[in-house]
Ligand binder design. Structure first.
Ligand code: ATP
Length: 311
């Protein structure tokens, strides 16, 4: 569990992070969102002490990080940044094994770990381990950046706009991979993004920041349905909100009895996918794989509470 308590950072006379407190449970993902300059990166960097807090403290599993040597703390915490930050003159394997080598793992151990991670990220080890970063695509570089952050099996991973440079299709795949891997490993993840869509897709909790202050911290559904301030509402974008809410719920949750014509929709597809399918194919009901149907009326009803909240 990560407990951020009254964290403040002052530069000159300006507090760029103001008295922020939030808790991230073990194995959960917290997404920090907000406009440019709202203090997200500074908050993230105070967790691994790349930036020292002016006031407040961070506890990791009850231990105050101020009591841990910064370089030792950083070896325990994975850190991935936008543009991946790979060492350009080191191979993929050397990049990934940076922290394991610092921690004194044997050569056999870190080699095995490199291959394991490359496989996890669907990159054939024999093909990729000896390549240089410039011999990779942007998406592959990004995956190696995340693999490097995970190499020493950190319980906590901090990510700062890790997918900012990726095109939307690769980005969606990268988010899915990250979520799968995070669930598989049970890693606690704190991710900075300025993309609300990404925050909703990945976050178990979303923290909304503005001018150094934490305006709201809660599950995506709460942020979408009951934004705490007009700033949060603006950030969400009123028009898109019903769709974003629909994207959180799988079809399996609103299956009704009945029959319908046409292609089936998977049970794990989101309500947003189902609505898109209804609108696209001109159907008012879709058959669901494994039995039952989902109706356009029930999809509209699911979107309605947010429409009311937006009024
Ligand atoms: N070392 C520094 N010295 C002085 N001011 C700083 C320093 N680092 C950050 N700031 C200021 O603190 C504020 C918050 O910066 P921060 O990088 O945390 O914001 P952010 O929300 O991550 O923004 P972005 O989305 O643009 O990356 C900004 O106004 C920035 O100019």
């Amino acid at each position: 569990m990560i407990e951020i308590q009254n964290l403040t950072r002052i530069y000159g006379t300006t507090a760029v992070v103001k008295d922020v407190s939030l808790t991230v449970e073990t194995g959960q993902i917290a997404a920090l969102v907000g406009t440019s300059g709202s203090g997200k990166t500074t908050l993230l960097r105070m967790i691994n002490r790349l930036v020292e807090p002016s006031a407040g403290r961070v506890l990791i599993d009850g231990k105050d990080t101020a009591e841990i040597e910064p370089h030792l703390l950083r070896r325990q915490i994975g850190y991935a940044i936008q543009g991946h930050g790979l060492f350009p003159h080191r191979t993929v394997a050397q990049n990934i094994s940076t922290v394991p080598r610092l921690l004194g793992w044997t050569q056999d151990q870190h080699r095995a770990r490199v291959d394991e991670l490359l496989e996890l990220f669907q990159m054939e080890p024999a093909d990729f381990r000896d390549r240089m970063p410039h011999e990779l695509s942007g998406g592959q570089q990004q995956r190696v950046g995340v693999a490097r952050a995970l190499a020493a099996r950190p319980d906590l991973l901090l990510m700062d706009e890790p997918f900012g440079a990726l095109d939307p299709v690769i980005r969606a795949k990268a988010q899915q991979d990250l979520r799968d891997i995070q669930r598989q490993l049970g890693t606690t993840l704190i991710i900075v993004t300025h993309d609300m869509e990404e925050a909703v897709t990945l976050g178990d909790r979303i923290a909304v920041m503005d001018k150094g202050e934490l305006l709201q911290y809660g599950p995506p559904s709460e942020i979408l349905t009951t934004p705490a301030t007009s700033f949060v509402s603006d950030l969400i974008g009123t028009g898109d909100r019903p769709f974003r809410l629909l994207s959180l719920t799988p079809v399996a949750e609103i299956i009704a009895e009945g029959q319908a014509e046409g292609a089936e929709i998977p049970r794990e597809a989101s309500l947003r996918d189902a609505l898109a399918e209804c609108l696209w194919s001109g159907r008012d009901r879709l058959p669901v794989e494994g039995g039952g149907i989902v109706t356009l009326d029930s999809l509209r009803a699911q979107a309605a509470p947010t429409a009311r909240a937006a009024e």
